[in-house]
Write a protein that binds this ligand. Structure first.
Ligand code: S3P
Length: 204
């Protein structure tokens, strides 16, 4: 049948299939600062009619201060411990779409929890896109350095081998947001809910 061989458009059926296969799991967006995790996550959640949660906002609410304040007053290790705790709690509250801070997936324990309770999407962005986007705001303590381009490049080389462990990878680039969301939906469906009929038709 033709619909088993052509890429499925984002339809209500596709979205229902994803939701059914997701169950109580979350969709977790990982990747660098500026990759578009919150922007895409919010739109993806709206398409699936799921709640959207931003881990950074939740961390700030739990701490009663902003992320730059946490870094300044308590340091990065303290922030990372709080971040891991908050994400662990949020992972018990699915189904939802969760945008995580760019460093959170570097913690092994968080990756294990995400693998258990979520389907993860790495939004992979090139350094020039990241830099252009993060330059618009000064609220990322890790990038308040003399040479933000060198910092982004170092972080990418440390982190990309780890982000690669996400279930799905989507290239984040300067195209309309809905196109990236469509690609996320296609990839999620393929990962979660590939109908049995697809396997049967390719086996023939
Ligand atoms: C960080 C990313 C930030 C925030 C904090 C540290 C990182 O979140 O958690 O500034 O280590 O990459 P976003 O990825 O949402 O910018």
């Amino acid at each position: 049948m033709s619909e088993t061989t052509t890429p499925a458009p984002a339809t209500a059926t596709q979205e229902a299939e994803i939701l059914a296969a997701l169950g109580k799991r979350l969709i977790v967006l990982v990747g660098m600062m500026g990759a578009g995790k919150s922007t895409i996550g919010r739109r993806l959640a709206a398409r699936l009619n799921l709640p959207f949660i931003d881990a950074d906002t939740e961390i700030e609410a739990a701490a009663g201060m902003t992320i730059p304040e946490i870094f300044e007053l308590h340091g990065e290790p303290h922030f990372r411990d709080g971040e891991a705790r908050v994400i662990a709690r949020l992972l018990d509250g699915g189904p939802a779409v969760l945008a995580t801070g760019g460093g959170s997936f570097m913690r092994e324990e968080t990756r294990r929890r995400v693998a258990e309770k979520a389907v993860s999407i790495w939004l992979k962005a090139d350094p020039d896109i990241i830099l252009r986007r993060v330059r618009r705001r000064a609220d990322r303590p890790l990038l308040q350095t003399a040479d933000p381009a060198a910092t982004v490049s170092r972080l990418l080389s440390e982190r990309e081998p780890v982000y690669r462990h996400a279930d799905v990878t989507i290239a984040s680039r300067d195209v309309p947001h809905d196109r990236i969301v469509d690609e996320c939906l296609d990839a999620l469906r393929a990962r979660l809910a590939a109908p049995a009929i697809d396997t049967a038709s390719t086996a023939r």
